[in-house]
Design a protein. Structure first.
Length: 174
């Protein structure tokens, strides 16, 4: 179990929150995936957001999801390099889908290119500067104090006193 006490300041969207996140890391989940999952949660933060119940081990849900007050799924947020059928299913089930990756974005797009994905042209794939995730992972402890600031889709990230920054790069399917 990893805890992240997050001071979130998303100037682009006017979101300012203090979050206490507890992330159980599944045995098959890398720390890179876990950090990207936590960042996706922060970058997508809104009322109704949650980590999926089963996390990475659940094939029926994405890593992060958003439900409205009625329980209706409104956003399907994948992490890593998801299979095309998961992205397709999520795009059909939710009003919006997105992918956050810690892998080479061009490789992820290549893997998904030409596959049947519902409304693929409307699904953003977000990535970070090379080595950003690896630098963040090097600072992860069981208990973490984190500041996440977003301004003009640029991420300023402080974890346990180490400051990092990266653009949040948006890619689109062809």
């Amino acid at each position: 179990m990893f805890t992240f006490t997050v001071q979130l300041s998303d100037v682009d969207r006017g979101v300012y929150e203090e979050l206490d996140l507890r992330l159980a890391r599944h045995p098959s989940e890398t720390t890179e995936f876990m950090v990207t999952r936590m960042l996706a949660y922060c970058l997508e933060y809104q009322e109704g957001i949650a980590f999926s119940d089963g996390g990475v081990s659940t094939s029926d849900e994405p890593a992060v999801l958003v439900r409205d007050l009625t329980g209706q799924l409104t956003a399907w947020i994948e992490v890593g390099a998801p299979a095309s059928d998961r992205v397709h299913r999520g795009s059909k089930r939710a009003g919006r889908a997105a992918i956050y990756t810690h892998h080479d974005a061009s490789r992820v797009l290549e893997l998904l290119d030409g596959k049947k994905i519902h409304r693929a042209e409307h699904i953003p794939l977000y990535s970070f500067a090379p080595d950003f995730i690896e630098s963040a992972v090097a600072e992860v402890k069981r208990r973490n104090a984190v500041t996440v600031s977003i301004m003009e889709r640029h991420l300023y990230f402080d974890i346990n006193g180490t400051s990092l920054e990266t653009p949040v790069i948006e890619h689109r399917f062809r």
